[in-house]
Design a protein around this ligand. Structure first.
Ligand SMILES: [Zn+2]
Length: 308
């Protein structure tokens, strides 16, 4: 299976390049606005172009009939597929897209660990409206992340806990679900630091208010890697160092949302990395100036991981 997973990851970048070529030819438009639904179209195109990429491979991408159409499955060619049992499947793929120009993405990755398999993948695409000529724009994929979803779940959930969040189990569940005997019905549901549920499927007694059914901050693609305390900063670094998928995800988000990366570290920390390139680096520069210089080194995110 691992070999197939590697093939999917390997071909994804090419699929994105193919989408960009298609997009420039066919999806060019006057104007171009956020909230246009273009993200969903790009997500679907990934499936089609992956199948062109995988022409010579024994696997192909399919769609889930019972899920949202943008949830993909990787299947073995020529074998029957039974979604209920997973027969014929290599893995499942959750797809999210973000517009680089939007302040905070609406996309959330809030699936629970128990809901997906250890070999399932998460794909996140960032795109923007790119100028084609004086009058036309086209949606352009500037970057993408693909990796094992469980690794991102571990990163997300560990940081959730350092923010004072918890996960429902039989020791804290207040619902009438007999969970002192059987496994809790709401097992693994995230509650925030105010003990309110983050997903609509969380314990009903923990809904934030009469009007608000659930908090919906959990799994925000940018928000989930933000850190606010020493505890969460330490956890962030520990996981970034020890898990390559987590490092790749953090690097991907920070590459595309520079303000997030700048704020993740203190000026002193940016100086540590700057001085690793140049021992006599000018201390009097501003944090932003230091960041801009550090960022000009292609390997700076490796150093952020290794030095901080
Ligand atoms: Zn329970």
């Amino acid at each position: 299976m691992d070999g197939y997973i590697d093939e999917i990851i390997k071909h994804s970048a090419n699929a994105c390049s193919r989408i960009n070529n298609f997009s420039q030819d066919v999806l060019k438009t006057r104007g171009g606005r956020i909230g246009s639904g273009m993200g969903l179209l790009i997500e679907a195109l990934w499936g089609y172009y992956m199948n062109i990429e995988l022409t010579d491979q024994p696997i192909e991408i399919g769609w889930f009939p019972d899920h949202q159409y943008n949830d993909f499955v990787c299947l073995k060619k020529g074998e029957d597929w039974v979604p209920e049992t997973g027969q014929g499947e290599v893995c499942r793929i959750e797809v999210k897209s973000m517009n680089s120009g939007a302040d905070e993405s609406k996309a959330h990755f809030d699936v629970l660990q128990k809901e997906i398999d250890p070999i399932d993948l998460l794909l996140v695409i960032t795109w923007e409206w790119k100028k084609l000529d004086d009058h036309h724009f086209f949606p352009y994929i500037n970057d993408h992340f693909i990796g094992l979803a469980h690794d991102i779940i571990k990163l997300r959930d560990s940081l959730h806990i350092t923010r004072g969040g918890i996960f429902t189990d039989h020791t804290n569940c207040e619902e009438d679900c007999n969970c002192d005997i059987d496994e809790c019905l709401y097992y693994g549901e995230p509650l925030n630091s105010s003990s309110k549920r983050e997903r609509i499927t969380g314990p009903p007694k923990t809904r934030p208010s009469e009007k608000v059914a659930y908090a919906a901050n959990f799994g925000g693609l940018l928000r989930m890697i933000k850190t606010s305390s020493e505890d969460s900063r330490n956890k962030f670094r520990e996981i970034r160092k020890s898990n390559l998928t987590a490092h790749n995800y953090i690097s991907f988000i920070h590459r595309n949302f520079a303000a997030e990366e700048l704020n993740q570290f203190t000026k002193e920390e940016w100086l540590v990395v700057a001085k690793s390139y140049e021992v006599n680096f000018d201390n009097s520069l501003s944090k932003q100036e230091i960041y801009t210089i550090v960022k000009s080194n292609p390997d700076y995110q490796e150093r952020l991981k290794n030095l901080l």
